[in-house]
Design a protein around this ligand. Sequence first.
Ligand code: HEM
Ligand code: HEM
Length: 237
Amino acid sequence: MALSLTKENYVLHRIHSITGVIPVGYYMVQHLALNSFSIGGEAKFNGVIDFFEGIPKHVLLAMEVLAIWLPLIFHAVYGVFIVSRAENNFFTTKYKWSHNRMFFLQRASGLVIFAFLIYHSLSTTGYKYATGDVERLKFAAWHEFFSNPLWVLVYATGIIASSYHLGYGIWNFCIRWGITVSEEAQTRIQKASALIFVALTLLGWGVIAGFIINKPGAAKTEAATAALVQPLSVATR
Ligand code: HEM
Ligand code: HEM
């Protein structure tokens, strides 16, 4: 199979399509779900971070490289290549205008995520590996970070772009792989995509809200209160 850097490649496009759903799409859903522990407060969120930090270093690194970085880097780089070629003939005139618009937005959102993820992964995982410091990943740091509305805006945008990209990516995926063939099935999956888009956006924005609403130090205060209450209850028995 001859590869060309200027031409689309059928097999690479198929691999690109699959990696968008598994593992990258799956990773994003579980990532936002785990981060939503911020809504439960500092102790709950830090519990998740500590769980991952408790995994032996080389096992965690191997998991990250194989299950996240390699598929994501491939998907991202090939995605930029697809966009740069502006090959918008997937849906041509035989599809509705609204389909073309959604398809265009799905590609445009890919570029937004590209920029967001370079910043986001370097400032979290990248920072952790460069400095050995995990405090940046913990609740108090996020609470402080989101006291700046600019960062709230950056993350809110990264989240909505990723949610749109995945939601409508699933719709594209189902058509590409012939999972939805009839007009009726495509309408149904389009509704499901809209639902996934809205649900993931709300989940992600909820993560940010959790960091803003809950105060760090609450876990320590709870522990301190429990320690205070215990001898008191003993004394009053
Ligand atoms: C408020 C929302 C978010 C928070 C609080 C958050 C938090 C984190 C944290 C703490 C890490 C470091 C994990 C570690 O190294 O152990 C991380 C890494 C990462 N995040 Fe996010 N994230 C958010 C949104 C997103 C979004 C929308 C995406 C899009 C897919 C994303 C993709 C990634 C990726 C690819 C990594 C690097 C993966 C790794 O090597 O572990 N994150 N994030
Ligand atoms: C990091 C930057 C990213 C870029 C530049 C990018 C780019 C693209 C592009 C251009 C497409 C359309 C492919 C086509 O026209 O055939 C696409 C599809 C897709 N992407 Fe991404 N993407 C990125 C990240 C992500 C992430 C983080 C996810 C998961 C949350 C994801 C999930 C998907 C899915 C499910 C599809 C549909 C696959 C298909 O068309 O069959 N992508 N991506």
